[in-house]
Each structure stands twice: as C-alpha cells, then as structure tokens.
Design a protein. Structure first.
Length: 235
C-alpha cells in the first residue's frame, strides 16, 4: 500500500492552534466532539465531521488543533488546505488512508475541478474502509458547494454537519483574555473591550493585534492599559 505523499513545504500548521486556546462560545458541542480528550471512554468517535462558517470563526484553527492532538498521542495526521494544494496533482492524496486523521480545509476550492473532485471522492471511500477520521471545513454546508460530482456532495453529508457560530462581543472579550492569559499577559476586561470596539472585530485580526501589543509591552516593560494600547496602536 502506498505511503502518503510529502506535502509542499509551504503547508504548515500553526503551533498555537490548540483546543485549549479556542474559546468555544456557542460552539461547545462541536469542540467537545472534536477534542478527543473530552470524550467519554468507550464511546465510539464520529468518523466524519463537516464544519462550516464565515471567515474568522476558527474552522482552520479547529482542524489544526485536531491534528496537533493526534500527533501528541503518537498518531499520524495531515492537514490539507485546499487553497494551497488545488494547484498540485491530486496524487497528493494517495496513501492517506494509512493515517489516523485527515483534515481537509477550504474544500470549496476544488469545486469545478474534476480531477480533485474525483480524488476527494475516492479518498472518502478509502477512509471509510480504513476507519480513518475525516474532518472537512468550508464556508458553507455541503449542499451549498458548487461541486459537479453529486456523489461527493452526498458523501460529505454522511457524517455530522456543524455550523461554527461567530462569537458575540462579550465572548470576544473573554476569548481575547484567554489568549492573553495563555501568553502570560494580563489584560483587563476594560482594555479588552476597548481593543474590540476600536478595531476590526475579526478574531484573527484581534489575535494578531494582541501579539503586537504583547511584544510592545515586553519592550516597554509596561502593563496593557488603555493609554498604552492607544499609544501603540496610534488610536
């Protein structure tokens, strides 16, 4: 049986993509299902899970967190961001049924590309036979994908389908505080609210801003206060 093909060097997963630093908000049921450490022993794992949501809700984060977890348990996983990989030959998928987990991100990118649609369909069937877990993410549910292969749409709907809901403003404050705490950074609720109300509220943007503020705080040896944030961000 063939071994999984080596992915291009550009494909990497973020070190900070973990379940511990993902604030679930309304998505607790999904996160608890993906996080194997929270599952009751003896309960059979769901083999196929499809999640979808708008930009910034954390679909990619959850897929990468699942990969990290499997790798820490000495298993083998792979993360496939289709926006990057769709330009490569679909033979990349060969041998992936030998893994414990396959995560396909941005599956909408393969729509209208017969070679890739058929390759994903074949991979799904192989994973089903080998009992390999499959997580798929996109911006819309399976029936909303512009796929030309009806059988693939059907396969993607076989497992559980979850919508990943965006956080409300109160949850974003808590998420920002959680991420800051895990970085060893103390940020008060008033400061977190100030940041959220003055900036782009996309969580990816907020976390990049937090990284910038963390670096500035270390250099200046100052705590994160509203005046300091205002100074660093030129607000």
């Amino acid at each position: 049986m063939s071994q999984p093909v080596q992915l291009p060097l550009s494909v990497q997963i973020r070190d900070d993509a973990t379940f511990a630093n993902y604030f679930s908000g309304e998505n607790a049921a999904l996160v608890n299902m993906l996080d194997l450490e929270k599952q009751v022993p003896g309960i059979e794992q769901e083999q196929f899970i499809y999640l979808y949501g708008s930009q910034g809700v954390g679909c990619s984060h959850l897929l990468q967190a699942a990969c990290h977890q499997v790798d820490r348990q000495n298993g083998r996983s792979i993360y496939l961001p289709m926006q990057e990989l769709v330009h490569y030959p679909s033979q990349l998928l060969e041998g992936m049924e030998r893994l414990q987990l396959v995560c396909i991100d941005e599956i909408n990118q393969i729509a209208g590309i017969p070679e890739w649609e058929e390759a994903i369909f074949d991979l799904f069937n192989r994973l089903r036979e080998s009992k390999t877990r499959l997580l798929v993410a996109s911006h819309c549910p399976p029936k909303g994908l512009d796929l030309e292969l009806p059988d693939l749409v059907s396969r993607l709907s076989w497992g559980l389908v979850f919508q990943v809901h965006p956080l409300n403003d109160s949850d974003k404050v808590a998420a920002l505080q959680l991420r800051a705490h895990l970085r060893g950074l103390d940020i008060g609720e008033d400061v977190a609210r100030y940041i959220i109300y003055r900036s782009n509220r996309d969580m990816g943007h907020l976390f990049k801003m937090l990284q910038k503020l963390d670096s500035a705080s270390l250099r200046a040896k100052r705590k994160l206060t509203i005046p300091f944030v205002k100074q660093v961000m030129n607000w």
